[in-house]
Design a protein around this ligand. Sequence first.
Ligand code: UGA
Length: 448
Amino acid sequence: MTTTITVLGAGYVGLSTAALLAQAGFKVYLVEPNPSRLDTIKQGRSFFFEAGLDPIIKLGIDSGNLLPTDSYNIGVPESDFVFSCVGTPDNPDGSSNLAYVYDAAKSAAKLMKPGAVFIQKSTVPVGTGKKIIEKLGLEAGSYISNPEFLREGTALQDTLWFDRIVCGGSDESVLTRVAELYKALEAHRDTIATAAGIEIGSINGSYIATDLNSAELIKVTANAFLALKISFANSIAKLSDAVDADINGIMDAVGADKRIGRAFLNAGRGYGGGCFPKDVSGLISSGLEHGIDLEIMQAAQQVNESMPSYVIEKLKHQLGGNLSGKKIAVLGLAFKKGTSDTRKSPGVKIANLLNTFDVEVLAYDPQALEEAKQDLRRNVLLCTSIEEALVDCDAVVLATDWDELMSLPAQIFANHLNSGAVVIDAVNAYRNHIDLKNLGLDYIGIGR
Ligand code: UGA
């Protein structure tokens, strides 16, 4: 008999998970209450940009394995597994708003058949699973924490070629059943990657079975540690600026030590997105709730919050100490390359901050213009091409590491910017900076 799964919530995690599991041969219901998002998925597309996702959504819809719906009543009663991937927006104090998480668990629990497993994928503070089990009177073993480690922009690759699958709960046989779902996905991964048009990976990840609280804590600890690495790199970048050293070279050498590793040591305008900022403040809140002061994470958060204004201060200094009356382009509004997501995006923050000075700000992004609109100050002018944004500017901020921005020929800058203009590379990754200098433009990075 076909295994039936329901995935609750069609965000980055839910939609990728559902589309992939459908490709592994499972019958997958996907519950999404937003009518316009649901409609787009039913047409075989995603409502956000994620490489490779559209082709497999289309295949899932055409084969009938992927069944989008707005109702819990359709799929949950016949499902063997229910994945909860609903959103956890920020509370004003930085903690996670768990209203959707509780509502989803409550609505699903009422409808689930005996023996079905509820799998929590949403990132929740440690202790949430135990509270849900208690509140809803669930059988403890049937609730699993299975945190998600995929990154936006590489969601499919990360899910198919994972470093680890973590399953936390109290019933070993249930943990094994959940692991089997991922093993089925592993068995189909080459074919799925080919259908999606993404690269075939090479990692053979591990399966980790643990208790509920540990699984919940593994997820936020991993994100917090990566955020800590970035803020550490940014702190050293500031020192590097002060002593005229080069942060990229420093981190290449430091990261060559296998005990440290080079990943997530890229300095620049700081981290953004729907995960790191929220998970860091969530971990700080969890600590405080249990009387543990995670000062180290507070410091990481403060450094990160200082970075957009640090970028602007550097630019101001380079422009002779005054931003007033300048025309400045911000290229890159997505919080990183490969996504249209602009949540807590440093590029958006930089554009808005510049606009609080007497500066004419022009902004461009290859994928995120639409999503950036709602967060940008009214006076920031959105441009539909790089050239349009650059014309007659006194400076440019490179704020996202999109390949098309990082490989842009220096001549394009020279053709459109005012002579002697400053290019500030806030992601430290622009490849043609030597050419820029040869063309009479000023190039600076962060910590370089
Ligand atoms: C992050 C984690 O990397 C995933 O493992 C996790 O599953 C996900 O959060 C989540 O919790 O759902 P994501 O937010 O998609 O993934 O993006 P990352 O690639 O981790 O980048 C986060 C931010 O850090 C971006 O703004 C990026 O530009 C910045 N970053 C990254 C740096 O500033 N420097 C670096 O060296 C690396």
